[in-house]
Design a protein around this ligand. Structure first.
Ligand code: SF4
Length: 352
């Protein structure tokens, strides 16, 4: 996939843009001054594979707590600031790797100049986070206002010496989100942080985010993503990984392909697929091969899909025909198929 060319912006240990892997972000969901609770969420996020974490800074207590939190984790931290520019200064002083500011609620030039000067002096990155729910003043439709607002404030911050910036233009509609990011991607070379805002019920949020973020990733747009869900932060990370994998932007583990089953299927395929998914979820692939494993319910599409996967099985009545690298490799009884598939995945995955 050809990716849009962007400049590289370092956020702590993670480089965003310039062809680097699309980084996964999430946000803690407890008050930032509750340091022990934040630390617990950070541990869970790191374990899940989150690469950048944002924390809300609502008051000075939160801003000051960032200094302690920074010492507890190696994850790059982003302070989310709204309304009060002094909190941006305090967060930068606490040593965060990036701040997010919203020109819809901090637009005064003197305040922006102070923030920019502090960020430049400390080497802190800045995300200009435009949100359709809090747009800077201006005319036109939502998408035009988002794009114009982003360009206007990017230029202002550039004039104050900032170059380490990332941009987001989040709307609550997938269409507006895709239009806004597509438009701005041709107008600046800053890395784009993709996301949809206020996504609704978790399953709706997952689908809406997949549509919008997926459409952009498939066009080569996007350098980091956050899937906003009314759910746990870990769930946001899981969703981000699934979207990145489906868009072919990154791979995190072995991939299972399975048919939806129909009246032709004579085995409990849903159970095998679920059990297989659970068993390979924690399987390390570092240094090895990311495998495609096909589990198919009958001979209609089964042999074709199984043949084109690294490992495949096409079921008949109570048994399945195994394929390894496209070649039939014998029949296996239904009750043994999970063990056989796992053993083959283990051997082939390690082979690299
Ligand atoms: Fe049905 Fe066979 Fe297709 Fe699966 S592969 S959906 S069982 S026809």
């Amino acid at each position: 996939m050809s990716r849009r060319k962007t400049r590289v912006v370092k956020i702590g240990s993670i480089a965003v843009g310039g062809g680097n892997p699309v980084a996964i972000q999430s946000m803690t969901k407890v008050k930032t001054s509750a340091v022990a609770k934040v630390a617990a969420q950070l541990r869970l996020l790191e374990k899940e594979g989150c690469e950048i974490v944002r924390l809300s800074v609502k008051d000075n207590e939160d801003a000051v707590a960032l200094r302690r939190i920074k010492k507890m984790t190696g994850l790059p931290l982003v302070a989310d600031i709204h309304f009060d520019w002094r909190l941006a200064l305090a967060a930068i002083d606490s040593g965060v790797d990036k701040i997010r500011i919203n020109p819809g609620n901090i637009s005064d030039r003197k305040k922006l100049a102070e923030i920019a000067a502090a960020a430049v002096a400390r080497g802190t990155a800045v995300r200009l986070g435009i949100n359709s729910g809090s747009l800077p003043e201006g005319r036109g439709d939502t998408v035009s206002r988002m794009v114009k607002g982003a360009l206007k404030y990017l230029r202002i911050l550039e004039d104050y010496g900032l170059s380490r910036m990332v941009v987001s233009l989040k709307a609550s509609s997938a269409r507006e989100t895709v239009d806004a990011y597509s438009r701005i991607s041709g107008l600046c070379d800053y890395p784009l942080h993709l996301g949809v805002t206020a996504t609704g019920l978790p399953e709706h949020g997952l689908v809406k985010s997949s549509v919008a973020i997926g459409a952009l990733l498939l066009r080569g747009i996007g350098d980091t993503i956050r899937v906003s869900l009314t759910d746990t932060p870990q769930q946001e990370v899981r969703a981000a990984k699934l979207i990145l994998e489906a868009a072919g932007a990154r791979t995190f583990g072995h991939e299972v392909i399975s048919c939806p089953t129909c009246g032709r299927c004579e085995v409990n395929l849903a159970k095998i697929v679920k059990d297989l998914g659970r068993a390979i979820a924690g399987m390390p692939v570092t240094g090895g091969r990311h495998l495609k494993v096909a589990v198919m319910g009958c001979v209609v599409n089964g042999p074709g899909e199984a043949r084109s996967a690294d490992i495949g099985i096409a079921f008949g009545r109570n048994e399945g025909l195994i394929f390894k690298s496209g070649v039939p490799a014998g029949k296996v009884k239904y009750e043994n198929c999970l063990a056989v598939l796992l053993s083959e995945i283990g051997k082939m995955g390690r082979a690299g």
